[in-house]
Design a protein around this ligand. Sequence first.
Ligand SMILES: [Zn+2]
Length: 490
Amino acid sequence: MEENTVRDVETGSETGGEDALVGNVNKLMVSPPGYSGSPRKGHLVFDACFESGNLGRVDYISEFEFDLFIRPDTCNPRFRVWFNFTVENIRETQRVIFNVVNFSKTKSLYRDGMSPVVKSTSRPKWQRLPAKNVYYYRCPDHRRNYVMSFAFCFDREDDVYQFAYCYPYTYSRLQHYLASLERRNLPYLQREQLGLSVQQRRLDLLTITNTDHRQSPEREKKLVFLTARVHPGESPASFICQGVIDFLVSQHPVAQILRDHVIFKIVPMLNPDGVYLGNYRCSLMGFDLNRHWQDPSPWAHPTLHAVKQLIVQMNQDPRVSLEFYIDVHAHSTMLNGFMYGNVFEDEERVQRQAVFPRLLCQNAPDFSFSNTSFNRDVVKAGTGRRFLGGLLDDTSYCYTLEVSFYSYMTAGSTAPVPYTEETYMKLGRNVARTFLDYYKLNNLIKGNSSPTHIQSPEMKSHTGDGNRKGNGVGSDAADREREKSHGVRH
Ligand SMILES: [Zn+2]
């Protein structure tokens, strides 16, 4: 693994506060206090010193119980959500309780049945732990913080077990995926390095379009711009993004038509350092990049600066019309996929903005139009969606696409269905094909039949007042209740 700028600190028995955490644990054996003999099976060895790893400290409580501390984002102690670590040297049938004791958020999908994911050497596919083994509660110890405890029974002595907040999707995984795409030599796919991160990682840009289309001079080109992983802990965004790319480069007839008419530009990982380091929300230097769109610095926020420059430049290019900007995120308190859009004075523009989410709702059973909302909260002013919504002209639409870290409810379902890596990717494929419906509806692409299922927009826009409001058709009481109780931040 590459050298990490954050030094590894081994802690285990000291009582230092959370502020003492500056690095991930590195092969930390947690033996009973006072034990000085040779290590035994069952003296657990924790490790988070690998890509996207995160675990700051482990406290031995008893043979069966361990307190785990998330390592805060680098240079920003406010964010402690993502964890990802391995455990080995276990004893067969060893039962343990792990308490994750220093989350920085109180509202969490753990209240609604979410559970950590686990895999092991001999079972390499990630699975969610059974919800019945997971408890989320306010603890009288730990400054009355919310604690997530889970019980686990180890079963194979030679296995290394890995636990994470959600399915990891690392920088290296993306690099391998992009390299495999490149090896296919697809004439309609171009990969370029748009810039470098502070730690000199690649900022990749994909362009997907039929080459004839790119070169033909006769008319203005429609352009769709997609970004993901500005928030590094939001790994589901990468599965969605890969789903979009997989679909757009495929031989699916819809993808072929889209490539003939539209230019897709995709930045799959806006914050590669944060992803690499195992941060939840920030870059290496502790910046929430999604609050710096207004004035990104080329040295402090180089990846954001490069993407913004490209967008501004395309916006001035008379040969292209930037119609969609979609930034993909994951949400830690809501279910389903849904979108945030902007608020405009012009009611007609507001209604036009609702068309894409409505179409997506028809194509993706896990996408909720009733959770989709439009706001102009002051705190969101530095986000990509808000900034570009102000920059681009009134024929452009800027959205944040959110997906739950946990699950979705469909029209017929009585219980939430947990997302898998595959269902996240499927949402991405559905996002991609929805552009055909959109452009058919807008007569860019001629089809045999236009979609007839679009109802006339009846929604009203809302200005943000700190509380989200359900504003879609079909929003039921439960939806509104859920929205009221959940803060919004992306
Ligand atoms: Zn986010």
